[in-house]
Design a protein around this ligand. Structure first.
Ligand code: SF4
Length: 125
């Protein structure tokens, strides 16, 4: 995964089952809507997220939700339930504009990379 994809997945995963509107994700990533849309399509093709069409303030957008069905087949270590955030003692203090942030978390980076590699290996086999 690219750094942008990695950062996007961290943000999407942290929104849990609620997901995030893609326009909000682009703002957090400080990227353009065009690049953001391409990024979402790539993540969906890799089987990491679902994109659900949603009407927001009279305009169609997409809600991006981390996919659990494909990863749940992999094993408990690599499912969303294995996300280090769920057992992290810093969870309450972690977030945007905080000194502890998912964007700079090594534990989350390692877990996401492992999850992505396993997902890609499963998709190609
Ligand atoms: S510090 Fe890392 S593991 Fe803990 S909640 Fe934040 S992103 Fe998740």
């Amino acid at each position: 995964m690219t750094t942008l994809e990695d950062n996007a997945m961290k943000i999407i995963l942290n929104t849990g089952v609620q997901g995030i509107l893609q326009s909000d994700l682009w703002k957090k990533l400080e990227t353009t809507s065009r690049e953001g849309s391409r990024l979402a399509v790539r993540l969906e093709k890799k089987g990491l997220i679902n994109r659900k069409k949603e009407l927001v303030d009279g305009r169609w957008s997409f809600r991006l939700i981390a996919k659990t069905s494909s990863t749940s087949k992999i094993g408990s270590e690599n499912t969303l339930g294995g996300c280090p955030c769920f057992t992290c003692g810093d969870l309450a203090r972690c977030g945007d504009l905080q000194s502890i942030s998912p964007v700079f978390c090594v534990r989350l980076d390692h877990w996401l990379l492992k999850l992505a590699k396993t997902s890609l290996n499963n998709a190609s086999s």
